[in-house]
Design a binder for this molecule. Sequence first.
Ligand code: HEM
Length: 154
Amino acid sequence: MLAIFNSAPSYMTVFTVYMFFLPFFFLATIFLAKRRKIKLHFISQSFLLGITLLFILYFEIMIRVYGGFLDFVNSSFVPYSLLLGFLIFHIVLASSSLGGWIYLYISSLKAINKKNKNSFNKTKHKKIGIAIFIAMTLSSITGVFIYIFLFFKF
Ligand code: HEM
């Protein structure tokens, strides 16, 4: 089972492990909002978004330096076309959830800083926040599956 870590490049393992834990970190920041600890909710969201963007930057650089999908797909136990379709689905899902996350972060920050108290729409914020949490969790799960599909050996 641990052989999967030996056949994968370490940058892929590092990124996948982070993506595995991301939904749990997300849950923690949402839990803070639920407990009305809004300052901590904001600080933890800022950290989480910042660190996630740094991890993505690291991954995007390493994939260009050391190779990505096409370099590993031939040794996968999953047929190429199936894996490619799954990868495209994962990329679309992950990019739109990241875009939505950045949008919600910036728009919430702007709204909360306005003098008009009604500019922060709590219900809408909560709905979009939960939708982004679900989309990010699905992105993490599909990302972990791609890692398994590429590097797991029977
Ligand atoms: C600048 C960034 C942010 C600020 C200032 C902020 C502020 C708030 C505030 C004031 C509440 C409480 C609303 C209430 O009283 O019901 C809240 C709740 C919530 N926030 Fe944020 N938020 C930010 C970013 C985010 C992001 C990026 C997400 C998710 C992607 C998120 C997810 C949630 C969720 C799910 C709740 C509802 C918790 C609950 O009551 O069940 N927030 N946020």
